[in-house]
Write a protein that binds this ligand. Structure first.
Ligand code: NAD
Length: 334
């Protein structure tokens, strides 16, 4: 039987996780939750998902003509595992509901590490997630940093990492957030939490970061600097990064995040998703054991394959992380 998965919070991350799970042959979506009967609820219905809602809002759904299958608590009861994709901070309030129902749960990077006591990235610690009941899939920025630090540390030894993050200010559908005409140190107090969050997955990495919020919605861009323990060339680093299935070298005249998203549209990616870290190969530079490069991060989608792998580990559907990654990638078309 397929693992029964529920998505609680059908927003930017939740809708993508639902479609990604649906594409796998060893798991299925038994329901998604919506708080309001808006256009996203109607699309979810058209995509064939059973919709669950807070008990207090069921009437609003009925009035709007959007059929529901029950309350969120009822959805959780039916699931083997809930992927909580509610906004940061809300996920924590849902924990007692999952414990009461005795279901496994995954939270996203908007929650902090202690919520699950285990922070996940597929290449770094898949095997440690096998059979676990509670997992946190780290944020878009942390995922992107983990994917590059882990293989370089394994091959060359990473002495320290310093990362500067230019962060998209809002997601494309977000009409409420700014800035629209400013660059905001976010936070101004250094270091930012992003780099240090890598240690929730890779505890032995020396890393700090600084982050700036910039008026764009498409992607983040990281300037990554690593001091390495081993003498090496830029070619050595490119060979290591090039061996990773979730790292993509941008080329063919792509000079910006705008063109990466256009490329994703052109190759027919769902919702123009780029699940891979996008690295400019010409930026990979090594000077006296110091490595530099630029990577772009599609914040809306990079954590989606990681959620699928986390499910596979927790549900004990595959014991080998590399095999799970390959299976997820194949089903998604990555
Ligand atoms: P979102 O606001 O796009 O979606 C959240 C959804 O949850 C919305 O549909 C909202 O209506 C619903 N919701 C709110 N309260 C709820 C409740 N009590 N019960 C059920 N549903 C509820 O948020 P998002 O961007 O998808 O972020 C979700 C999580 O993923 C956060 O932890 C965030 O930090 C993390 N994350 C976001 C991004 C990103 O760039 N958007 C990237 C990586 C990780």
């Amino acid at each position: 039987a397929k693992a029964k998965i529920a998505v609680n919070g059908y927003g930017t991350i939740g809708k993508r996780v639902a479609d990604a799970v649906k594409a796998q042959d060893d798991m299925e979506i038994i329901g998604v939750s919506k708080t309001r009967p808006n256009y996203e609820a109607i699309v979810a219905q058209q995509l064939g998902y059973d919709i669950y809602a807070p008990a207090a809002n069921l009437e609003a759904f009925e009035k709007a003509g959007v059929p529901t299958a029950g309350t969120i608590e009822e959805m959780v009861e039916k699931a083997d595992l809930v992927v909580d994709c509610t906004p940061g901070g809300v996920g924590e309030q849902n924990k007692p509901m999952y414990e009461k129902a005795g279901v496994k749960a995954i939270w996203q990077g908007g929650e902090s590490h202690p919520i699950a006591g285990f922070s996940f990235n597929a290449v770094c610690n898949y095997e440690q997630a096998i059979g676990r009941d509670l997992v946190r899939v780290v944020s878009c920025n942390t995922t992107a940093l983990c994917r590059v630090i882990f293989p370089i540390d394994k091959e060359l030894g990473v002495k320290k990492v310093r990362a500067i993050l230019a962060r998209r200010a809002a997601d494309p559908n977000d009409v409420k957030k700014g800035p629209i005409n400013a660059i905001v140190p976010d936070p101004a107090k250094l270091p930012s939490h992003h780099g240090p969050d890598v240690r929730s997955v890779l505890p032995n990495i020396n890393i700090t970061s600084a982050a700036l919020k910039i008026p764009t919605t498409l992607m983040h861009v990281h300037t990554v600097n690593m001091e390495l323990n081993t003498n090496c060339t830029a070619e050595d680093v490119k060979n290591i990064l090039g061996s990773q299935s979730r790292i993509h070298f941008v080329g063919q005249g792509i000079s910006s995040t705008a063109e990466i998203i256009e490329f994703a549209r052109d190759i027919g990616r769902p919702r123009n998703d780029m699940w891979e870290n996008c690295i400019w190969p010409e930026s990979v530079t090594v000077t006296e054991n110091e490595l530099y490069f630029f990577q772009a991060v599609h914040q809306e989608s990079i954590v989606v394959p990681e959620n699928v792998d986390a499910i596979r580990a927790m549900m004990e559907l595959e014991s080998d992380g590399a095999k799970s990654i390959e299976k997820t990638n194949k089903a998604l078309g990555l």
